[in-house]
Write a new protein. Sequence first.
Length: 435
Amino acid sequence: MLPTIDQLRAVWRRLIPLSLRSRLWRIRAGWSDLSLRARAAAARKRLRTSKQVVFVADRPSSREAKLAYGLRQNGWQVILLHKEPAAFDLSRCCHEARQYSDAREALELACSYAPVAYHLFSSWNFDVAETLVRYKPGKIVFDDYDVLAGMIRSDYLEAHYACQVALERYCLENADGLCCRSLETQYPKRRMGYRYRGKRLLLLDCCWNDQPVAPRPPAAGELHLVYAGNVPCPETDSGKQPAFVDCAEAITAQGIHLHIYPSHEVWVRFFAKNPPKPIARLLQTNPRFHVHPTVPADAIADEISRFDIAWFDVAAFDDSYHALYTPEKYVYASTNKIFDYLDAGLPIAMNAPKFQEFLVRRLRVGSKVQTASAAGGGGYLGGADWHALRSNVERARRTLFAARQTKRLIAFYNALAGEQARRGPPAGDGGPCDA
C-alpha cells in the first residue's frame, strides 16, 4: 500500500533538517530569471521621484491606510500595489492603486516606478516581500506586521509555515530598512542570532485624528464596552465553551453591555452567514451581548465612538492564543486596536501584553483590569476614573496623529535615499540560498 501524504510529510520532517528544508523550498522557478534581474537593475538606475513612495501589501489594512494618509497629509504621493482588495477607502489615502496576482507581477509593477523607497507590508506570508528584497528595484523598507520568529510556537510553524520563517528572516536581514510597529523584531536579534543590515525605525500604529471628540458626561445607567478586532472562532463545536464566551458572560453578568465588531476577515469567514455556535447561543440568550457587522478600517473609529469604554482582555483569547503564541509574544507585541480606540475618543479597559499596557499607562488613556471571570460583585472595571481617562484621549490623539508620526517615516525614507546617492544603486542578490 502506498504511503499517505501525512506519512510522507512526517518522513520528510524527520530526515531533513529545518534549515535545509527552508532552503529547498526557496528553489523555485524564476529565482534566477534574467529578465526580472534586468528590469530591477534598470529600475535601480532611474532618477528617484521626489516625495513618492510605493506601498506593497498583499492585504492592505489599518496600518497601511493610516501611514498612507499621514504621508499624503505631508505632501507625499503614495502608490499602493496590492493583491487583495483594501479594507479602506483608497481615494482617501493613495494617489494610485494597482493590483497584482503574484510575486512576479508585483515586482514588475514595482519596477515601473522610481520612488524614494518601496515600503513592503507583510503578515504571515513573505513571498512578495522576499521577491522585492531579493531583486531590489530600489531602497526597500520592510514592515513585518506579525513577526513569526520567536513569537509563534515552533510546532505550529513547523506544521504550517516552515518555508515562510526562512523568507521572513531573509527579509528582516536584507532589507535596507526595518519599520517596526512593535518590539517584536528585537527578540530574533537578541535571542536567535538574526543580523539586521538595514536601519531600523520604531514606528507605532497611529491615529487618523480627523474626527472631533465631543466631551461626554459620565455615563448614566448601564455601561457599554466595545471591542473591535479578531474574534476566536472554532470551526467546529467541540462542546467546550471558548474563553471569549466565558469573558463575555462574566462581563454582562455585572450589568455591562459588550459590543463586538469582528475584523473584516473574521466577519467574512465566520460571521457573514452564521456565527459560530458558541457565539450564536450567547446572542440568543444574552441581551447585553451584541455582534455588529464589520466596518471598513477608516470608518471603525467613528462607528464605535458612541460607546463608553473600549475593551481588550487577552484572557478572552486564552484557548486560541496559547496554542499559537509563545510567552514572548505577550511581552513584545502591540496592536492597532488601542489606536482605533483613541480615534474614537474612548478610554481603554485592558488586560494585555506588557508593551501594550505600557503604552496605555504612558498615555494615561486607560486602566488595567482583572480577568473578567475573576472580578465578581460588579467590580470588573475597578475603581478607575473613566471620565478623567477619557479627557486624556484628545491629547494622545494629537501626539499620535498620522501626519505627525509619518514625519519620522519621511526622514527615514530620505536617509535611505541619501545613503543610496552616496553609495550608488544597490545590487540585487541571489536570495536566501546565497545569504
